[in-house]
Design a protein around this ligand. Structure first.
Ligand code: ADP
Ligand code: ZN
Length: 746
């Protein structure tokens, strides 16, 4: 054989500054075994590394090629379309292709005993052996392997080769020649064995729901690419619309992906999907074991689960022909990944839907400004409105409580008199209440009354929070320390605790309302697997009167017994140093308010605030998305912020303050060069400046922000910078990250 085969390999070398493939020769012993999608072992410089085979050819493109050392494992890890997705991610979000590919196929890379096992059986009956022995007289190795397979059916390739004392090549030859039969056995576990398909009576769609389903289903059956913005108030029945549209797409023989934020992937949601589609649903979320995730992933890949329900990363699932992608609560910031590739699931969904000529549905009660803009008349998206709640239920009445007046009238507590009175009323009537606060812990600030020192995390420069276990904690890095009796700086004994967290709210509620049964749901009480479900289950069954919680209680819950929602402090998100602060506040208030009045009794909402006149707070209190949108879009336009511009943020970080600053300045100069060449003037570039969180987990942090209405120019400038630096920070022990379309600027 003169024709050698060559493989293009994406090598897995951390910190490699180039983004390209390397060619290796496929050695004789692996001929026929190395395929597109394999992971192989190769030598790279002086090291041995692994890599992915992304192409094969008979043409040598470089003078000297090395040989592939071996296969890491026999299974094929990705298909062409998955590689294409990785390439797009790498290009758009400026990271290396191999990094993007690792993300796209992450569940397949996790080695667990649950990976499908390939077993070998002989096609030759024992009685036929003497005959075959004669035919194979001149291939003793193949014969040895066949005899071993007959004696020990069900081994995998490697085991059989070892037992027979032959190479994998010989075993593979027997497989290709049809002498051995390969059977993949899939020990698939069901992570949700308790949920079965139920043929519960189907609800009759409301008029609004039917219109929505009609529009979307028509697009699904046309088979072209379309995007719908489903703007439906909380409780308008969006989930039922999703389920009906999925039925349509399955009928068309295609697959459907539904994304929900981590926080709303509740057992309720899973149960709904399972009841409708049973084992056709694969569920993907971050709290599954690697084995469970890997099983679900395989079921998607081999086509046995055409319905995918999952969190952000499920947008990368190996569905081959997504006819419908649904993003519920599309405005949720958690759809943006905060490590490379820093993708936004919505952007990936758009790419995938466009490629597969599929339909994308963006659902929300409070659409992101970016999406809603495109759904206005003349925009690229179709807008579907569902302005009413199911069964003619009204939106809850919202009352704003001006906390400045409370203080003036002598009440300096956490709760206004109005809120306390309402709480008592609900207790008396046996109705349930949710109290929302976005800070956990007990007191959020520890200050020395003598010297004014604020106790901060030694690694993050963030103030520490006092917890009831007597310890101070950093909510960024989880640093913990015993609360000091004396100020560590001046030795003073007057250490004071201020600010309010969920623990304190829980405690003060218990004091103010003796006999009330109170539950708390935050990161501290839900650390254990299953505890989230437990708390919700208990509350949902009427096992408590009041649920105190953080963001976790704000979203997606459908609890009919809740008739009051209290927001302790609406201003806490309003004053964050972020151009999306207003949007976040509006969304959060609207979402929390949506948690009440879902049962037979009407709901009420009480929002405590120091700024009742702010447009975000006011619009939320009137359930008026349009009013909020008009005010907010005017601000964005005036400032030239997204959606009127695209933004890219560069962050440099490292342990040495001066080195970080110097590197940031170097980066700025270099970037600015590309910006000027590209199109000075139209691209805004600010910084370098210390990031809003100037120190995190021992790293000092500086950043540079670029934005422009002309995204092509901005991308070109940043891309040229990225290609020139390979994404590496100038300086040893420093790191740099590039965030395209950043969601949080921290
Ligand atoms: P959203 O996601 O828009 O906030 P949900 O999908 O949670 O709203 O629906 C709110 C409630 O209405 C749920 O309890 C759901 O079971 C119920 N529901 C949805 N559609 C109908 C219908 N057509 N008839 C009766 N009840 C419905
Ligand atoms: Zn910390």
């Amino acid at each position: 054989m003169n024709n050698h085969l060559y493989a293009d390999v994406l090598v897995e070398v951390p910190g490699l500054q180039t983004d390209r493939t390397y060619q290796y020769r496929v050695p004789q012993k692996l001929a026929g075994s190395v395929q597109f999608g394999n992971r192989v072992k190769v030598s790279f410089g002086k090291q041995r590394v692994t890599g992915f085979v992304v192409g094969l050819s008979e043409q040598k493109t470089v003078a000297r090629v090395k040989e592939i050392i071996g296969l890491v494992d026999e299974s094929l890890l990705f298909r062409e379309d998955q590689l294409a997705l990785a390439k797009w991610l790498a290009d758009y979000y400026l990271c290396s292709t191999v990094k993007a590919l690792q993300s796209v196929i992450a569940p397949a890379l996790k080695k667990t005993s649950a990976r499908p096992v390939v077993r070998l059986y002989s096609n030759v009956e024992p009685g036929q052996l003497p005959e075959v022995q004669k035919q194979m007289a001149r291939s003793p190795k193949r014969l040895a392997a066949l005899e071993a397979a007959l004696r020990h059916p069900g081994l995998n390739k490697r085991e059989l080769a070892a037992l027979a004392g032959v190479s994998l090549y010989v075993v593979n030859q027997l497989c290709t020649g049809g002498i051995l039969r390969v059977e993949a056995d899939l020990p698939v576990r069901d992570p949700y064995p308790q949920y079965k398909i139920t043929d519960q009576a189907r609800v009759r769609l409301t008029g609004e729901q039917s219109l929505a389903v009609q529009d979307i289903a028509a697009a699904v059956h046309q088979g072209g690419h379309r995007v719908f913005m489903l703007h439906g108030v909380t409780g308008s029945g969006k989930t039922e619309v999703y389920l009906r549209c999925i039925e349509q797409v399955l009928r068309a023989g295609r697959q459907a992906v539904t994304l929900v934020p981590e926080i709303s992937l509740t057992p309720q949601m899973v149960r709904l999907y399972k009841a409708r589609f049973g084992r056709d649903v694969a569920v993907l979320h971050s709290r599954m074991s690697d084995g469970e995730r890997c099983d679900e992933w395989s079921r998607i890949e081999n086509g046995s689960a055409p319905v995918v329900l999952g969190v952000r990363s499920a947008i990368l699932a190996p569905v081959s022909d997504p006819g419908l992608i649904i993003i519920d609560e599309e405005h949720e910031p958690s759809y943006k990944q905060d490590e490379a590739p820093r993708y936004h699931a919505r952007a990936v969904a758009l790419f995938r839907a466009r490629k597969s000529r599929g339909v994308l549905v963006l659902g929300s009660a409070t659409p992101s400004l970016e999406s809603y803009c495109r759904a206005l008349p003349g925009g690229a998206y179709n807008l579907i409105n569902m302005p009413n709640r199911i069964n003619g239920k009204g939106m809850p009445s919202v009352q704003l409580v001006d906390m400045r007046r409370e203080v003036q009238s002598g009440n300096s507590g956490i709760f206004s008199l109005t809120l306390l009175q309402k709480l008592r009323e609900k207790l008396h009537n046996n109705e349930q209440t949710i109290i929302f606060l976005n800070r956990r812990g007990f007191k959020t600030l520890v200050v020395c009354r003598e010297c004014g020192l604020v106790l901060k995390c030694p690694r993050c420069d963030i103030s520490l929070t006092y917890h009831t276990d007597g310890r101070l904690r950093c909510h960024y890095c989880n640093y913990r320390v015993q609360a000091p009796k004396r100020c560590p700086d001046c030795g003073g004994s007057q250490v004071g605790y201020f600010g309010t967290g969920t623990q304190r709210v829980e405690m003060e509620l218990a004091a103010a309302l003796p006999g009330a049964r109170i539950l708390r749901m935050d990161a501290d009480t839900t650390a254990r697997k299953g505890s989230h479900e437990q708390i919700l289950g208990l509350f949902g069954n009427g096992g408590a009167d009041i649920l105190v919680g953080t963001q976790m209680v704000a979203k997606g819950l459908d609890l009919p017994g809740v008739t009051l929602v209290g927001v302790v402090n609406a201003d806490s998100t309003l004053h964050m140093p972020d151009f999306r602060a207003g949007e976040r506040t509006f969304q959060l208030l609207a979402q929390v308010a949506g948690r009440t009045g879902r049962g037979d009794k009407p709901g009420e909402v009480l929002i405590q605030t120091h700024t009742p006149e702010h447009y975000a707070v006011r619009a939320a209190s009137r359930h008026n998305y349009q009013a909020f949108f008009q005010s907010e879009i005017a601000v964005r336009k005036e400032m030239g912020y997204p959606p009127f511009a695209k933004m890219v943020r560069l962050l440099v970080y490292g342990k040495d303050d001066t080195a970080v600053q110097e590197a940031a300045e170097k980066i700025y100069t270099r970037l600015n060069g590309f910006v000027q060449e590209q199109d000075g003037g139209k691209i805004m570039i600010v910084g370098p400046a210390p990031a809003p969180l100037p120190r995190l987990k021992e790293d000092y942090r500086w950043h540079i922000i670029l934005w422009s209405a002309d995204y092509r120019q901005l991308r070109l400038a940043v891309k040229r910078f990225w290609l020139a630096t390979g994404g590496a920070a100038p300086g040893k022990a420093l790191k740099m990250s590039i965030d395209v379309d950043p969601m949080y600027i921290t």
